[in-house]
Design a binder for this molecule. Structure first.
Ligand code: F6R
Length: 606
């Protein structure tokens, strides 16, 4: 969370910094700010709210200067206010932007305050600016000062700093929060990711944990924690559209829902080898050696793992544990049955997932990173990368990345099952053919907007809703409830429909909406009975199923039917109407669909 940018050597850099911040707005959008050094003084502009507000403030009075830093915030410490917006300036000499959490900031602030430093925000970040003032005051050069500051702070950070005493350089450092350095022809840049810099340069150096660097217009010097200079190779990152537009759609989310046929098709292509067979991007011997998989993820990506567990266990007979990344490594898990960890993350930057993957690696597991962003931290640290090719996902609520993750995970399950001899080539080819048909079926499901609109209209006026599913549709029920609550702020819960009778059925009262996910699998009869039990107690059943199943259901108040589909693939296809329902409900309610309150796209704090 939080996006940081910087430039040195670029004339009137505040304009390119503003552009770069717009590309990072997905990381947080509580407040933003830019500072430059102009005529020997720090110039500063900050604004509460979205970056358009900063844009307006800069248009009114632009900032001059060819060195600057910028920030878009997702508040951790200190409320949303201009005083807490970054950059933070200490003693009119040092200006800093920070992403992460300085865990020992209280002790440091107390020490500095008793030494006479005056703080002007409630943030943890401001201590960084004061620590640098203190280090410079004691006569330290930038590299030594940085080493000293890093030795004192604890926590996750990526920061960039400018100092009046050193107006030709940015000082940057990272630990567990991403940071990319962009090398231009006559200027250098920094950004929380390469997308932020894609309008400036494609030549990028990624810092590793505990690295720090001095960034000047003519190049960068990178140091390791012990102070030794280190050669971190520059790479040319793929051309990125950077500031992706909405392509005529009203919201990024609507556009991204419509991009799912491509996202699935391209992800499938990435999991297909040169002979046209499904591959897991590793040799059969390595696949045969997999005897247990722990899947690590957060939020929607976690629900993708829960669906995948059904596929990997039923097809490949390999035990799977789906772990919430934020819990996993803190509970000292027994890891013995698992020799492989898959970290699943759209951004590849979720700190919880990265930390959980690192723990798994430390326990000796082989790590696989399933990510949508190439060169992300998880991609760079995993032993093997399984890419989803969904393209940049800008809407904060994940849609196309989720169905792309499911597609890749199903391909992985099939490749694993075939390598282990649990299915033969013809069974693998038959599932492959069904996955190949998915983009077309998803395309048809996209025609459901008009069917779903009146259902969303009714849903938009309720206070609470339930989502029910059984088998591999249970995680999709959880995902549906998450989508509804995060987008429309309606309270929603997902349950395994067989669990209702063990407690949650007490919630059912007249007219309570229950979104029922149903497919023609071996559990359909039992799942239908569970839904009838809810209907008998007054629930309004909104059925989401395929056309064939829909014909057999006589207890639904509303029916949303996708084309008939093999139950194995139903979680992928049914995800589409689930997303459309949440999207249209939020549109009805008039909430901020692409940037829901309190959220950020890339969650780089624990
Ligand atoms: C919800 C959503 C989040 C993310 C979660 C993990 O719509 O998008 O729950 O799925 O924050 O993010 P990644 O996949 O980037 O690790």
């Amino acid at each position: 969370m939080c996006g940081i940018v910087g430039a040195v050597g670029h004339k009137q850099c505040s304009l390119v910094l503003l552009d770069a911040l717009k590309r990072l707005e997905y990381r947080g959008y509580d407040s933003s700010g830019i500072s430059t050094i102009n005529k020997g003084a720090i110039a500063l502009k900050r604004a509460v709210g979205k970056i358009v507000n900063l844009d307006a403030a800069l248009t009114e009075s632009p900032l001059e200067g060819d060195i600057g830093i910028g920030h878009t915030r997702w508040a951790t410490h200190g409320g949303v206010s201009e005083a807490n917006a970054h950059p933070h300036v200490a003693s009119n000499r040092v200006s800093i932007v920070h992403n992460g959490i300085i865990e020992n900031h209280r002790e440091i602030q107390q020490r500095l305050e008793s030494a006479g430093h005056h703080f002007s925000s409630d943030t943890d970040s401001e201590v960084l600016a004061h620590l640098f003032v203190e280090a410079f005051d004691s006569g330290m050069e930038p590299a030594i000062a940085t080493q000293q500051v890093l030795a004192e702070i604890e926590g996750a950070y990526a920061f960039a700093l400018m100092a009046i005493d050193y107006p030709e350089m940015l000082i940057v450092a990272r630990n567990a929060s991403p940071l990319a350095l962009g090398i231009g022809d006559h200027a250098c840049y920094i950004g929380s990711d390469a997308i932020a810099l894609s309008h400036l340069t494609r030549k990028v150096v990624y810092l590793e944990d505990h690295d720090y660097a001095l960034v000047r217009a003519d190049g960068v010097s990178v140091y390791q924690a012990d102070g030794a200079l280190v050669d971190r190779k520059a790479m040319i990152v793929a051309a990125s559209p950077g500031l992706v537009d909405k392509g005529g759609y009203r919201h990024y989310m609507e556009k991204e829902i419509h991009e799912q046929p491509d996202a699935i098709g391209h992800s499938l292509a990435a999991m297909t080898d040169e002979n046209g067979h499904l591959t897991a991007q590793m040799p059969d011997d390595a696949l045969r050696a997999i005897d247990g998989v722990v899947m690590l993820a957060a939020g929607t990506s976690h629900y993708a793992t829960q669906v995948a567990r059904y596929w990997v266990e039923s097809l490949a007979r390999v035990p799977v544990a789906c772990e919430l990344a934020s819990e996993y490594h803190y509970r000292q898990p027994a890891t013995k049955p698992f020799n492989t960890a898959i970290a699943i993350s759209q951004s590849g930057e979720s700190l919880d997932t990265l930390m959980a993957m690192r723990y798994a690696a430390k326990c000796g597991m082989n790590t696989i990173g399933l990510v949508n962003v190439p060169n992300s931290s998880i991609a760079r640290e995993a032993d093997t990368v399984l890419p989803t090719r969904a393209g940049p996902e800008i809407g904060v609520a994940s849609t196309k990345a989720f169905t792309a993750q499911l597609t890749v995970l199903l391909c992985f399950a099939v490749a694993l099952a075939r390598a282990k001899g649990h299915i033969d080539n013809s069974q693998a080819s038959s599932i492959h053919a069904k996955i190949q048909a998915l983009p077309g079926l998803v395309g048809k499901a996209l025609g459901l907007f008009d069917v779903i609109r009146p259902v969303a209209h009714q849903l938009s006026s309720v206070r609470s809703a339930l989502y029910l599913g059984r088998g591999a549709l249970y995680p999709l029920a959880l995902e549906g409830a998450l989508k509804l609550k995060e987008l429309s702020y309606i309270h929603a819960e997902g349950f395994a429909s067989g669990e209702m009778k063990h407690g949650p059925i007490a919630l059912i009262e007249d007219d309570m909406p229950v979104v029922a996910l149903l497919t023609a699998d071996h559990l359909m009869g039992k799942a239908s009975n569970n839904l009838r039990e809810a209907s008998a107690r007054g629930a309004k059943i909104i059925l989401i199923s395929d056309a064939k199943v829909a014909k057999e259901v006589d207890y639904a108040t509303s029916v949303i039917a996708v084309p008939t589909i093999d139950p194995l693939l139903a979680p992928i296809l049914l995800a589409v109407p689930v997303q459309i329902l949440a999207y249209l409900t939020a549109v009805e309610k008039g909430t901020d669909v692409d940037q829901p309150r309190n959220l950020a796209k890339s969650v780089t704090v624990e």
